[in-house]
Write a protein that binds this ligand. Structure first.
Ligand SMILES: Nc1ncnc2c1ncn2[C@@H]1O[C@H](COP(=O)(O)OP(=O)(O)OP(=O)(O)O)[C@@H](O)[C@H]1O
Ligand SMILES: [Mg+2]
Length: 380
């Protein structure tokens, strides 16, 4: 079978195989240029490009009656998905936390709930799929994070169509990262090896809690004085006192079991227990519940946003007081700061309640992605 098309030297247009008529839409009809017969067997399929002479054919979805063609000289250069607009290698960032993994690749991003479940045939399901039926498990320790990182990264890579060779940056809680980052059996090297073994040759492990600071400093380069950064996660609260001028860490620590989960179990669930009397929630379900803002029991749905707001207000006051206590204990008079920077998903809950006339409190936009976005600024 052959197809005759007539082209000008610009652009592309669509030719009907059956009628051989040029379409009404598209560039103006050709007056000069090529007139060639093209063998069309087999017909180009979706995304397939067939080159005949200096013309490229692109298959349509069904490979049926309509083909798009474009002269080679007019083709846009193929976009290399591993390189960003500045020509740097695009990094794939995965920040796995106790409630969700946050991933970023170029201008795409997403979250995957940190639930996992083993299927009858031995596969591990993660995210919403694992939450779908009761009996999902959740991540409890830093060792769990390390163990499950490759599975979550793979699901995120599929969601973002990330090429396997992209440099990968992952996060671990600050104190786990700082404690044994140089030890060969520590969490940082174990995680690096585990991810290398899962097909990611270029891996960097960075400390959660510092990504948000990096993002803030990039967006506010003129910041002076000390910044107290508070990453409110689900399980962990990571605080860091940071000198903006010298870009150095003065002091920092991680509180485990002091995140949004503690707020929920101590300040929220006792007040809403009668809304779901016979239910117990796994921690990840609690996280889900808070984000959703309502609780459903049978055919009844109850809005719990007021209760969440009240719990969040008390919670943030307690957390900030504890952090201040730690800073006083370790630094005494040197524990001064001009700005308090709050990020992590917990920051979304306190956005409306936080107020201070003493220091400048800043909540980063999309605070749950702040660490990942800060990591993405690290050059390849
Ligand atoms: N977009 C959002 N809207 C509302 N609530 C959110 C949002 N993102 C996160 N949260 C809430 O904030 C909590 C903490 O989220 P975050 O993603 O910072 O936790 P994490 O990083 O998984 O936990 P950890 O830092 O302890 O490992 C979640 O449990 C969730 O309840
Ligand atoms: Mg976190």
């Amino acid at each position: 079978m052959t197809l005759e098309i007539t082209g000008n030297n610009k652009g592309s247009y669509c030719v009907r195989k059956s009628s051989l008529r040029l379409p009404e839409k598209g560039p103006s009809p050709p007056t000069t240029g090529i007139r060639t017969r093209f063998p069309l067997s087999p017909v180009a399929r979706k995304k397939e490009v067939k080159t005949f002479g200096n013309v490229n054919f692109f298959g349509n979805s069904s490979g049926s009656s309509c083909l798009f063609w474009q002269q080679k000289s007019y083709m846009r250069p193929k976009v290399d998905k591993t390189v960003n607009k500045r020509g740097n290698k695009m990094v794939f960032v995965c920040d796995l936390g106790f409630s969700s993994l946050k991933w970023i690749f170029g201008d795409q991003k997403g979250r995957i709930i940190s639930a996992h479940r083993r299927t009858h045939d031995g596969r591990i399901l993660v995210g919403d799929e694992a939450l779908m039926t009761a009996g999902s498990s959740y991540l409890k320790t830093v060792e769990d994070l390390v163990h499950f990182y490759p599975t979550f990264v793979e699901v995120a890579a599929n969601a973002g169509h990330v090429p396997g060779k992209a440099p990968l940056i992952v996060g671990l809680p600050y104190s786990a990262w700082a404690a044994d980052k140089d030890s060969p059996a520590g969490a940082v090297s174990t995680l690096t090896k585990v991810l290398n073994g899962s097909g990611w040759p270029d891996v960097r492990v960075l400390p959660q809690g510092l990504g948000g600071i990096r993002l803030f400093m990039e967006q506010n380069p003129g910041t002076k004085g000390n910044v107290l950064a508070v990453d409110i996660g689900f399980n962990t609260v990571i605080f860091t006192l940071f000198a903006a001028g010298t870009r150095s860490i003065i002091y920092g620590d991680t509180f485990y079991k002091r995140g949004v989960h503690q707020m929920a179990t101590q300040l929220l669930l006792p007040n809403i227990r009668d809304l779901a009397p016979s239910r117990t929630f796994t921690p990840v379900e609690v996280s889900y519940l808070i984000e959703r803002g309502y609780i459903q029991y049978g055919f009844e749905r109850h809005d719990i946003s007021q209760e969440i707001e009240k719990a969040a207000k008390t919670y943030i006051e307690d957390v900030l007081r504890d952090i201040n206590g730690e800073l006083q204990a370790h630094l005494g008079l040197k524990a001064v700061f001009e700005t308090v920077l709050v990020f992590g998903g917990g920051a979304t809950l306190i956005r409306d309640t936080i107020s201070s006339n003493r220091v400048n409190i800043r909540i980063l936009p999309e605070p749950e992605f702040a660490n990942a976005a800060g990591f993405a600024l690290v050059d390849g």
